[in-house]
Design a binder for this molecule. Structure first.
Ligand SMILES: Cc1cc2nc3c(=O)[nH]c(=O)nc-3n(C[C@H](O)[C@H](O)[C@H](O)COP(=O)(O)O)c2cc1C
Length: 346
């Protein structure tokens, strides 16, 4: 089997996980220049911003980089559930003096689309990765047509097999320890979700394409363990959150440096989709998993003003403090140095 390094044109088999909301071109460029694969998360970017970010990456590195999108199927809005969600948040709106009638509605995160593909065709990015499955066949064929390598996350053996059938170049095995959103897409039953040590070797056995381990890998020994379990490389997110190149907010950085990291949970309060973050006030009081939160990504708009108000006061009580279960590897050192430290375990 071709090595991941050869497949992606990189020196180190290490992908910096795309992390929407906490990083842009600076982190991606630093990791690519260090020999890993830097990633740009695009789920929350407008077309204008997407163009600017890619231009910045291309100005900052001549090494391969990864452009990451969500590929979810947008849900049908449900007025009743939306009303229940607003009712659950009403006491907090009162506490912060927010007028609920003035909150703009919005999807929060848009899936990969024909407009995005049009823009990307100008850049022909070396690698494109997806979370929540893949876009439809025609769109995927378009991405493939300009030579981009295609990656996507699998959280079960069945998802890995499905992705291989669709012709992805490599599969990211996302264990339950991982920070951020569960990339699951064939089943939304959380009981199907496995930890990295259980998931990785089973996916390695089930598919022929290279498998990249993700979730809870935070230091060189974790990288070595993933290799022993058959991974072709690793994708690491949480460990990069305190690097100077990340745009992680002050309350998020403070939480990551505190003992709060010992308690993370899956929560659907911030977007509607289950994602792992450090337990904070709103997760304790309403969840962490609530059946009144609308489907992904429709929960985002209603909680956003609470997040802004709280963050303006220096509080992360209403912020998604995304983190994996192993945040002990977070270091306040340049991303290039962290990349070298981690990759030394390979
Ligand atoms: C803050 C944060 C944001 C994330 N955002 C994304 C994203 O936009 N796209 C994506 O494919 N994965 C995202 N993830 C998940 C990562 O791809 C990866 O599965 C995870 O970081 C691996 O586990 P670790 O955090 O324990 O290293 C995010 C993870 C974190 C911690």
């Amino acid at each position: 089997m071709e090595t991941l390094q050869k497949l992606l044109g990189i020196d180190l088999p290490l992908i910096q996980a795309p992390m929407a909301g906490v990083q842009g071109h600076a982190l991606a460029t630093a990791v690519s220049n260090a020999g890993g694969l830097g990633s740009l998360p695009c789920a929350t970017l407008s077309l204008d911003l997407l163009r600017k970010e890619i231009e910045q990456i291309r100005a900052g590195t001549d090494k391969p980089y990864n452009i990451n999108f969500f590929a979810h199927v947008p849900p049908v809005p449900d007025a009743l559930r939306d009303a229940s969600w607003h009712a659950a948040l009403a006491p907090y709106y009162r506490e912060f003096g927010i007028n609920a009638d003035e909150i703009p509605a919005g999807p929060g995160r848009a899936p990969f689309s024909a407009e995005v593909a049009e823009l990307l065709s100008e850049f022909r990015p070396p690698v494109v990765s997806f979370h929540f499955g893949l876009p439809d066949k025609a769109l995927l064929a378009r991405v493939r047509s300009w030579g981009s390598r295609i990656l996507s996350s699998a959280t079960t053996v069945a998802e890995a097999r499905w992705l291989e059938e669709q012709g992805v170049d490599a599969i990211i095995a996302q264990g339950l320890e991982a920070g951020g959103h569960r990339g699951f897409f064939l089943s939304h039953d959380l009981t199907t979700q496995l930890g990295t040590f259980a998931l990785l070797p089973q996916i390695v056995r089930a598919v022929k394409v290279p498998v990249i381990a993700a979730g809870g890998i935070a230091d060189a020994t974790g990288v070595a363990a993933a290799k022993l379990l058959g991974a072709a490389g690793v994708q690491i997110g949480t460990a990069y959150l305190l690097t100077p190149e990340a745009t992680t907010s002050a309350p998020h950085r403070a939480a990551l440096k505190s003992d709060a990291i010992e308690h993370t949970a899956l929560t659907n309060l911030f977007t509607g989709g289950p994602a792992r973050g450090i337990v904070n006030r709103v997760m304790r009081e309403l969840g962490p998993l609530s059946n009144v939160a609308p489907a992904f990504p429709l929960a985002t708009a209603a909680i956003a003003p609470l997040r802004s108000k709280a963050e303006a006061q220096g509080s992360g009580d209403f912020s998604p403090l995304w983190s994996g279960q192993n945040a002990r590897g977070c270091k306040e050192i340049p991303a290039a140095d962290l990349t070298q430290e981690l990759a030394a375990g390979w």
